[in-house]
Design a protein around this ligand. Structure first.
Ligand code: ATP
Ligand code: MG
Length: 629
């Protein structure tokens, strides 16, 4: 929590102003009953001048109270809102500097909840501290001192009840605080189920799991409701009990005072009798202030567990150490090596994740667990190759063989475990990430588009690109025809995650974004998978023709895509089982031959069928769905 609160530093002046006004406001509240007493004495003594004087003083204090209360609210809101902006910015920046494996560990949806919901909890506790908690000790001490001055004897009687009330409050709080921690975790769980259901709605429906998802949500929701009700009932019980005690005490005090007055001699002790009523009313006012403070403490204590859970979650991000570390003195690559990519005996393993607590689905009885991969630790083993500008290197292999993993090592999303990955002739660990990323453009496996327009998305690769450059990039990426067919052209809107485009259209827009960057190295991660064979072929030809001085590294599933590559790397379970041109591999690599044989007939059929299809594709693709989320 200390670390989380350290970001309050820039707001120290507004914070101090808020504390100052809270203190002055409390003092005003404490002074009012004092003058009420004077006023009553003056009324009983028919002293008009004193009555007016008291009334004016009280009016002054009330006005000052209003002004200081407004000032306190202004400064405490300014502090808490400014602080939450700072905190949110901090988390956002920190997340963008975290490595991919840090993000894998925390989880994307949790990162979003931490930046929004958890920051809100911290904001609320800071605000309530500045507005309500700080004045409480002053109110308690001040109230006790003033009450003592009014009637020391009665205060002792009243205070003897305090331990009973405090005991009661402590018992209830001890019950409620753990409940609030549980509530916070269940709120997270409800959010998570909701998020999964909404983002996976198509899968849920396609697999007829709507009922199952509803039950899952219902279970957690009921649990949350149950616990929240227990907490709310306990809290609801606490306040009336405290109020009952307070009024009971006031009755006892009044009875005691009346009894004491009865015993006084009306002649000799008339002044004392006259003072009793004003003193008693001021005393009751002070005592009410004390009890109200105690009640505020109780209700604020309730919000602490929630904020503390949020504080811990935010702290986890603040303390996360990126495991891809920037070099202290980055090496500048030589001009002639720009665009060269080399793997030297590279091996890689993912950092193990903590085991999942609960299985979502029970496996059928007797079913054995999925077989473990041979050497399950290493995802890539001993990979070596060199690829230069002007060349095309293809990586092929069955699904899960480590193709994307291999590609991810080039822009240093992960650091290799053994061996060396060099880009531009320098180890990626010795280059600044900015310099490294400026030479690499990536087309990810799941084409991701930002909401905005087509032009915005393509300009992501080159912010100052002119419209004609955008059209040129779209042309190279074989996207020109469908963009031109849209009424607004490159200004056509792109909805969130590019939902208004088909899979193949998204892939081509993502390719245009990479092409326009003019990088020396372009990585394509299975980026032609949603294209029909004819478009795929046209696109490859266009890339080679237009990007003559670019190092193209292409991950593919289809042999047709890699046929003309300068070198094809065949991966099997993280190991390179073949490397060479198509002609060489057909002769030397068993796995490659198998892949070719299984795809040849399909492609032969596909080529014929696609002659006709290619003309229709662009027009009909617009509404097709894709499942990247
Ligand atoms: N972030 C990750 N953390 C842990 N393991 C991972 C991670 N990403 C991938 N893996 C594992 O690494 C293996 C290789 O994954 P990778 O994505 O590289 O395969 P791929 O060859 O690209 O497959 P595909 O053709 O399906 O895209 C898989 O077994 C997967 O379980
Ligand atoms: Mg992949």
């Amino acid at each position: 929590m200390k670390k989380v609160l350290s970001l309050l530093k820039p707001f120290k002046w507004t914070l101090l102003a808020s504390i100052f006004f809270a203190t002055v406001n409390t003092a005003m509240q404490l002074l009012l009953p004092y003058y009420t007493r004077d006023m009553m004495s003056s009324i009983l003594g028919y002293d008009m001048k004193a009555i007016v004087r008291c009334a004016l003083i009280m009016l002054g204090f009330t006005l000052a109270g209003i002004v200081t209360s407004i000032a306190n609210t202004y400064f405490s809101t300014k502090t808490s809102v400014g602080y939450s902006i700072e905190l949110r910015n901090y988390i956002f920046n920190k997340v963008s500097h975290l490595s991919q494996s840090n993000i894998d560990k925390i989880g994307v949806s949790s990162l979003v909840t931490r930046t929004t919901n958890d920051v809100r909890q911290i904001h609320d506790i800071v605000l309530s501290t500045l507005k309500s908690i700080l004045p409480i000790p002053i109110m308690l001490v001040g109230g006790l001192v003033m009450a003592y001055r009014m009637n020391p004897g009665v205060l002792k009687t009243a205070l003897s009840f305090i331990p009973v009330m405090a005991g009661l409050a402590v018992v209830l709080i001890a019950i409620i605080i753990p409940l609030y921690s549980k509530i916070q975790k269940l709120v997270d769980k409800v959010n998570q189920i909701m998020r999964e259901k909404i983002s996976g709605i198509r899968v849920v429906r396609a697999f007829n799991r709507t009922e199952y998802e509803d039950e899952r949500f219902d279970d957690t929701n009921k649990k949350l409701t149950g616990i929240a009700l227990v907490a709310a009932r306990s809290l609801a019980g606490l306040i009336p009990i405290l109020t009952l005690f307070m009024y009971g005490l006031i009755c006892v005090i009044m009875l005691k005072t009346i009894n004491a007055v009865n015993l006084l001699d009306p002649v000799t002790q008339s002044e004392e009798i006259m003072n009793t009523i004003p003193n008693l009313s001021a005393f009751i006012a002070y005592f009410s202030l004390i009890i109200t403070s105690v009640m505020s403490v109780v209700s604020i204590l309730m919000s602490i567990p929630r904020a503390s859970v949020s504080g811990k979650r935010i702290k986890a991000i603040m303390e996360a150490v990126p495991d891809v570390i920037e070099p202290e003195s980055p090496v500048t690559p030589a001009e002639e090596d720009l665009g060269k990519v080399e793997f030297r005996n590279v091996s890689f393993k993912y950092k193990p994740k903590p085991p999942a607590k609960k299985k979502r689905f029970m496996s059928p009885k007797g079913a054995s667990p999925a077989p473990k991969k041979e050497n399950s630790n290493f995802m890539l083993e001993n990979v070596s190759f060199v690829s230069r500008p002007g060349e095309m290197t293809a990586i092929i292999g069955i699904t899960g063989s480590g193709k994307s993993t291999m590609l991810n090592l080039i822009p240093r999303l992960y650091d290799c475990t053994e061996g060396e990955v060099t880009v531009n002739g320098v180890n990626v660990k010795d280059q600044s990430s900015e310099a490294l990323n400026s030479t690499i453009a990536v087309v990810p496996q799941q084409a991701f588009l930002f909401s905005g327009t087509i032009a915005d998305n393509v300009r992501y690769g080159k912010p100052d690109a002119s419209d004609s450059e955008i059209w040129r990039a779209l042309e190279i990426a074989q996207a020109k025809s469908f963009v031109a067919a849209m009424p607004e052209g490159i200004e056509s809107p792109v909805s969130q995650a590019g939902k208004n485009f088909s899979g193949g259209q998204k892939q081509r827009l993502a390719i245009a974004r990479a092409v326009i960057k003019g990088a020396k190295i372009i990585l394509f991660d299975d980026s032609f998978s949603a294209l029909d064979l004819a478009t795929d072929a046209r696109l490859r030809a266009s890339l080679r023709e237009n990007l003559t001085d670019t190092n193209l590294i292409i991950v593919a599933q289809r042999v047709g895509t890699v046929l003309n590559a300068d070198r094809i790397i065949v991966l099997d379970n993280g190991k390179v089982v073949g490397q060479g041109t198509h002609a060489e591999l057909v002769k030397t690599c068993e796995l490659y031959r198998e892949i070719v044989v299984t795809q040849i007939s399909e492609e032969a059929l596909g080529e014929g069928a696609n002659e006709e299809k290619a003309t229709e594709t662009d027009a009909s693709e617009q509404k097709g769905g894709d499942d990247d989320e």
